[in-house]
Write a protein that binds this ligand. Structure first.
Ligand code: ADP
Ligand code: MG
Length: 729
């Protein structure tokens, strides 16, 4: 029997480290060199066109056709100067990855010649025949037209000789079929409301936008080993594999020296990212062996989301050259940490203020506390939606497994702010806050910053933690499109600030001073949102029971969590702020459930195939060897010695036989359960059937296969083992 494992293992030995193609320039000299950014536009556009684009970017104004022609022609000239031959609209359909359809810059002429051509019309709109993208029934295939439309707020870029133009993707009837549309709409909604709220504190604020700094975790595995594991190839995770004697127990990988093979990969990744304007800044080893993280400097959320999608693409592309495969699955290996994508979130103003940065004076801190408390209230009132925003089959394996936050959403704010909020809660009026003298440190608000920055980031177990000048949403899955948690946060915060504005204005109307009105509403919100605050160990069992007492949800599985998207309340919030209509929410909900079902279906099939066609034949082969051996012993030994000496072999034969029988039975059961589940019409019921009746066999089958791995001769085992995959050679 061919054993690909050994061929693969041999390939990993002495892999030469590919030469990193360094531009031999300072980073600043090539940063953004492949981006049609502001400075390129200044160079290539007329003054008029440039200011129109800037207005579109900053104020969302429409761009006239005449100007788009000019922009298209500038883009073409710039891109052709860099060897570009094709252009594509680049969008984020609901598959979760990015989509492209390339067209050449050509227009045939008479006489068999052609000229390069790219008009404004092709820049602003395209109609890909995109009938195979998930649409949740919004767009039936006979009416397959959907169109992509240019998003001028995210700059075009060049990748592999192709000009990529970030676009939204909507159905012909106007429903969004992507992640970017609701994100942009949520940013507009948030801006409209938040700018008004900011005006309570500073009349000069005209624009408020969310900022996002993601931290991306991933695993690297040698390409040859990856290819010898059909489960990794088809599902992104290992369905079998006994744990390695040593993995992460010694915490010797976390922040350790980066292996030179991994480092060369990272350097090349950074160079490619920097050329595309992705401001990667941080790289380090993560907890599990061969697990890593990279993080950029934060950006405006729409750009940051595009950059994260781009980075996930680059990870894969650069890895190929370095004979690695990047695993973005949330739980590629059982028994060691999985991967997440922390989303650092804040709000910024056009006056250059980070609204979650505690100010240097009482006035600024009043503004800071107002925003902070509104976020607490928004998460409190919509905790189920926040949970739903990160739900996926992969993330189910990570949440609540003592390595990532639980499925319960709570907010950590740290001791200092807790104390401040507690004191505000007890204060009869705002005057008490101002007249408080320096004895009272926690209310001497200007003193917060220094203490704060040192004291916050302590609690690593919280899913949503305030970390000094931003919130860190830590429950996002590593493979997720971050637009989703972002548009959910933006929308619930929009709704909350909208309510806040109404509440404050009402009190002002009743004769209260503005600051008193703000104070009183804030105080009420602090009390009302108290249940969402948790400073303790979120991984503990006590928290689970405490959270249940508080009435917080604990949806352990994606199908249960996803329900929140179609609740009456969600439909109201999303439609009120014009982010997603009821039809769109229903469609998305269905797509998500379908995806969940398909992922489990694929995993079950892969497991069945590996078990029956790879593992059992190996087990039987080894079993036969042991049987031959026992027979031989019987021939050469006297019967007394035989009974004594063959005991171990006979026991092993029996053990192997038991595991073989169990695997066979369980695979038959899983097939039967899948068939039953497939007959269920209702998509939610079907997803739950997959969850309850199919996934239960995953662990059982795995248990027996992993036991077989321990019993069978290493020479025969067909799949690369954990100890071989987890350590980079
Ligand atoms: P760590 O969490 O590892 O201590 P930092 O707190 O410095 O590191 O930053 C983590 C991430 O948070 C980075 O991507 C950073 O850009 C981002 N970040 C910092 N400030 C903000 C902000 N105001 N808005 C959004 N993200 C931010
Ligand atoms: Mg962090």
């Amino acid at each position: 029997m061919a054993n690909f494992r050994f061929t693969a293992l041999e390939k990993t030995l002495d892999r030469p480290i590919p030469k990193v193609e360094h531009p031999k320039l300072k980073i600043a000299e090539y940063f953004g060199s492949m981006v049609f950014n502001q400075s390129v536009m200044r160079e290539y556009l007329t003054e008029e066109a440039f200011s129109v684009v800037m207005k579109a970017v900053e104020e969302g104004e429409r761009i006239e056709r005449k100007i788009t022609d000019q922009i298209a022609s500038a883009m073409k000239a710039w891109a052709m100067g860099k060897g570009v031959t094709h252009y594509t609209h680049w969008f984020h359909p609901l598959t979760g990855s990015t989509a492209e359809k390339h067209d050449a810059f050509i227009n045939p002429l008479d006489g068999g010649r052609a000229i390069e051509d790219f008009q404004g019309g092709s820049l602003i709109q395209q109609e890909p025949d995109a009938s195979s993208f998930p649409s949740g029934g919004i767009r039936s295939t006979f009416e397959a037209r959907g169109y992509t439309a240019w998003d001028p707020t995210s700059p075009a870029f060049i990748m592999e000789h192709t000009l990529c133009i970030p676009t939204i993707f909507v159905s012909y009837t106007g429903e969004s079929l992507d992640y970017k549309t609701p994100l942009l709409k949520s940013m507009k909604a948030l801006n409209d409301v938040a700018a008004d709220v900011c005006k309570y504190f500073d009349k000069n604020v005209n624009k408020v936008y969310p900022t996002l700094g993601w931290e991306q975790e991933y695993f690297l595995v040698d390409m040859a080993l990856f290819s010898a594991r059909p489960d990794l190839v088809l599902t992104g995770k290992t369905v079998f594999g006994h744990s390695s004697a040593k993995d992460q127990q010694l915490s010797d990988h976390y922040f350790g020296t980066i292996h030179s093979r991994a480092l060369a990969f990272m350097q090349e990744l950074e160079i490619e990212s920097h050329k595309l304007g992705v401001p990667l800044k941080t790289r380090h080893n993560e907890v599990a062996p061969s697990q890593f993280e990279c993080a950029p400097v934060y950006e405006e959320a729409n750009i940051a989301v595009d950059h994260n999608q781009l980075l996930m693409h680059l990870l894969d592309k650069v890895a190929r050259k370095h004979h690695f495969k990047v695993l973005l699955h949330e739980k590629p290996y059982a028994g060691v940490n999985g991967s997440g994508k922390h989303n650092n979130y804040s709000l910024a103003t056009d006056t250059g203020v980070n609204l979650l940065s505690p100010g240097k004076n009482t006035k600024d801190n009043f503004r800071f506390l107002t925003i902070l408390v509104n976020i607490l209230k928004a998460v409190h009132d919509n905790e189920e939606l926040v949970r739903a925003s990160i739900a996926s089959a992969g993330n189910d394996l990570r949440l609540g497994a003592n390595e990532a936050p639980p499925a319960i959403i709570s907010v950590f704010i740290g001791e200092q702010i807790t104390r401040t909020l507690d004191e505000i809660e007890k204060m009869p009026s705002r005057q008490a806050m101002n007249h408080n003298n320096s004895k009272n440190v926690s209310l001497d608000i200007p003193k917060i910053p220094e203490i704060l920055l040192d004291n916050t980031d302590r609690n690593r177990t919280s899913p949503f933690a305030f970390t000094g000048n931003k919130f860190e949403f830590r429950a996002v899955g590593s493979s997720a499109n971050t637009a989703k948690p972002m548009f959910v946060l933006n929308t619930i915060l929009t709704d909350q600030l909208y309510q806040f504005k109404q509440d404050v204005d009402q009190l002002i109307k009743e004769g209260n001073k503005k600051d008193d009105a703000i104070f009183n509403v804030m105080k009420r919100y602090i009390i009302e949102s108290k249940n969402i605050r948790f400073e303790g160990n979120s991984y503990s069992e006590e928290w689970e029971s405490e959270a249940a007492k508080r009435g917080l949800s604990n949806h352990r599985t994606a199908p249960e969590a996803l329900k929140a998207f179609i609740s009456k309340k969600s439909v109201e919030i999303f439609s009120k702020h014009n982010v997603l209509s009821e039809t769109e929410l229903m469609a998305r909900h269905e797509i998500k459930l379908e995806k969940y079902i398909k992922k489990i279906q694929i995993e079950a099939r892969v497991m069945g195939d590996l078990a029956i066609n790879h593992i059992l034949p190996t087990a039987i082969l080894y079993q036969n060897r042991l049987i031959e051996n026992a027979k031989g012993l019987k021939e050469v030994l006297d019967s007394k010695s035989y009974v004594k000496l063959s005991r171990n072999q006979l026991n092993t034969i029996k053990e192997i036989s038991d595991h073989i029988a169990s695997v066979k039975d369980d695979v038959l059961s899983i097939v039967a359960e899948r068939k039953k589940a497939n007959n269920i019409e209702d998509v939610y019921e079907k997803a739950m059937a997959y969850k309850n009746n199919v996934t239960v066999y995953f662990e059982i089958i795995r248990y027996h296969v992993d036991k077989l791995e321990l019993l069978i001769d290493d020479e025969l085992w067909p799949l690369p083992k954990y100890r071989e995959m987890l350590f980079i050679k």
